[in-house]
Design a binder for this molecule. Structure first.
Ligand code: C2E
Ligand code: CA
Ligand code: CA
Ligand code: CA
Length: 270
């Protein structure tokens, strides 16, 4: 009886805790955000640094809440992950992005960020595929960006998943490369098409010979792996010129374009 009593009191206290745990304002609001269409996509072009030509667009989520204001994706994606809401947000954003992609010239690709929850969930990945079928967009116009932190969370599984996605025709970008701690110990185990150099390396590239050295080494790595390379966070002409000198072509950053809504980008060609 004593054991029982103790057992039930533990169950009680857990439930009790769940009930009285106050959801933060953000959690409450986030639960409504998709239905209320408060989450929008901004696009940032990925360009050829040599001539400024737009090659593709990275979609970046923006949450505008009437009272809380604009909440950064870094903040709300983490909350959504905790609440088990990421799948809903991912599918909602992806469908929006694919509709937008249909309006752009065929040579333009979409680069879409996946959260760790999306990557480990085969059902979600299948649903992303169905959205492409629905809008008749070929898989090779879509690149999935997966951060090295996500990859590291389950290397074995992620390398299988990225291989499968590549077999379906999707492109894979290894995002935020160099921001983690053990990049070189896993990179040879992963299948990907593009490596995105984290913007922390670009920040100091003019003053710091070591940053230049790291970028140069990563570019050499890319060429020996036969993968493309994109540099993020290019903010000035000086940085751009230096990166071109180092042999980098694909770039992204405020120097070229800030993220902006779909309507901002117009193409004359079909
Ligand atoms: P990320 O994928 O590394 O995206 C690049 C971030 O750098 C974006 O921040 C972008 O606005 C910003 N950025 C671009 N150019 C420059 C520049 O020249 N200088 C500086 N200082 N920053 C620049 P944002 O939009 O706040 O997104 C932050 C992170 O949130 C993203 O980092 C990505 O990890 C995540 N995220 C954004 N949208 C989504 C989404 O739809 N799904 C998922 N799962 N994650 C997303
Ligand atoms: Ca990204
Ligand atoms: Ca990145
Ligand atoms: Ca990042």
């Amino acid at each position: 009886a004593k054991n029982n009593a103790r057992g039930s009191s533990i169950i009680f206290s857990e439930k009790h805790e769940q009930i009285i745990r106050k959801k933060s304002l953000i959690e409450l609001a986030l639960g409504q955000s998709v239905k209320k269409q408060q989450i929008k996509i901004y696009y940032q072009p990925i360009v050829d640094g040599q001539n400024g030509e737009i090659l593709g667009f990275e979609s970046l989520a923006r949450w505008f809440h009437p009272e809380l204001g604009q909440i950064s994706p870094e903040q709300f994606i983490v909350t959504a992950e905790k609440m088990g809401m990421v799948t809903e947000i991912t599918l909602y954003l992806f469908e929006q992005a694919i509709q937008d992609l249909k309006a752009w010239p065929e040579r333009i690709y979409l680069s879409f960020n996946l959260s760790v929850h999306d990557v480990i969930n085969r059902a979600t990945l299948a649903q992303l595929g169905s959205i492409l079928d629905k809008y008749q967009i070929p898989t090779n116009r879509v690149q999935f960006e997966i951060t090295e932190t996500t990859m590291m969370s389950d290397l074995e599984h992620c390398s299988n998943i990225t291989k499968e996605l590549q077999q379906q025709g999707f492109l894979i970008a290894l995002d935020d490369f160099g921001s983690g701690y053990s990049s070189l110990s896993y990179i040879h185990k992963l299948a990907f098409d593009t490596l995105k150099i984290d913007r922390s390396f670009v920040q100091n590239i003019q003053q710091d010979a070591r940053s230049r050295g790291v970028v140069k080494t990563i570019l050499e790595l890319c060429s020996s792996f036969e993968v493309r390379c994109t540099v993020e966070g290019v903010e000035s002409k000086e940085q751009k010129d230096l990166l071109l000198e180092l042999g980098c072509r694909n770039m992204q950053g405020y120097h070229f374009y800030r993220p902006a809504p779909f309507e901002y980008f117009k193409f004359d060609e079909p």
